[in-house]
Design a protein around this ligand. Structure first.
Ligand SMILES: [Zn+2]
Length: 280
């Protein structure tokens, strides 16, 4: 599932290609619905830039709209038409001004992605985007602000990270990795995370995202860069996807549990819960 490093990698590839091009035609190949809303409004507008907010790509258009793209679980933006077996998953096609490649293809096998046009900043239909925390690699993401955000929530710290509210762009993979690095049990209520641990988690989130960005992200299944390449961070994952394997730090077998309906891997020795829910 694409998270911040994957979406940022796609953004960096799209920006030089799409910036300054005008949308000549927008074709929706999926059934109509809120996920592919108002695409026709992009026609005749020039793409001013390709920006990112959390896991959303935000493309400001010349007449005051924004094209919003979310890759969901399996969304892929490409310059090349999908291969024969994947053509059935193509949802949107944009024809663009300028020389070739002049067609953007969006395919999405499982259809959790979105590709729609909204008036700039009107995120009423996109509540996650509307309530998103600071960008983790920006100066707006500070240890103090992060600690205060954690103190406002009683839900499990991992689930709170996935909500995008304390910080933008962290999904299942990087939440597990960052909590492992910071030695925090994923079920710890957010407000019980100590100041020292909150600072460690703040640093860990930046470290894992920066390292993954360096490797062009993590490819588990569908995620590809715009040029069709896979992300190479998979080999560097310490916890995610390694249940039952020895913890790289202490050798204890990593354990898999479910937190907020998401599979979660942690080290029962390095990431102890301070106060167990049930006495042993
Ligand atoms: Zn360990």
């Amino acid at each position: 599932m694409p998270e911040l490093p994957e979406v940022e990698t796609v953004r960096r590839e799209l920006a030089p290609w799409l910036g300054g091009r005008t949308v000549l035609a927008a074709e929706r190949l999926a059934p109509p619905g809120p996920k592919y809303r108002d695409l026709e409004r992009s026609v005749g507008q020039t793409i001013c830039a390709v920006t990112r907010r959390g896991k959303f790509l935000v493309l400001p258009l010349s007449r005051g709209d924004e094209l919003i793209v979310h890759l969901g679980m399996t969304g892929v933006v490409s310059q090349a038409a999908p291969a024969a077996g994947e053509a059935v998953y193509e949802r949107v096609r944009l024809r663009l001004s300028g020389g070739p490649p002049d067609t953007l293809h969006f395919r999405d096998a499982r259809r959790f992605g979105r590709f729609l046009v909204v008036p700039a900043g009107d995120y009423a239909g996109l509540p996650t985007l509307a309530a998103m925390g600071p960008e983790p690699l920006s100066d707006a993401f500070t240890p103090t602000g992060f600690r205060r955000a954690l103190a406002r929530s009683t839900v499990a710290v991992k689930a709170y990270l996935l909500s995008q509210r304390p910080v933008a762009g962290v999904g299942n993979i990087y939440a597990d990795e960052a909590l492992w690095r910071a030695r925090i049990h994923p079920e710890t209520p957010a407000k019980q995370v100590s100041a020292a641990k909150a600072a460690a988690l703040h640093a860990a989130i930046r470290e894992v995202l920066e390292a993954s960005l360096e490797a062009q992200g993590t490819t588990l299944n569908d995620y590809r860069t715009v040029n069709g390449e896979v992300g190479a961070y998979l080999e560097q994952l310490a916890a995610y996807g390694h249940a039952e394997e020895p913890c790289p730090r202490c050798g204890t077998p990593l354990r898999r549990i479910v937190v907020g309906q998401r599979g979660t891997v942690y080290c029962p020795r390095c990431q102890r819960r301070r106060r167990p829910l049930r006495p042993a």
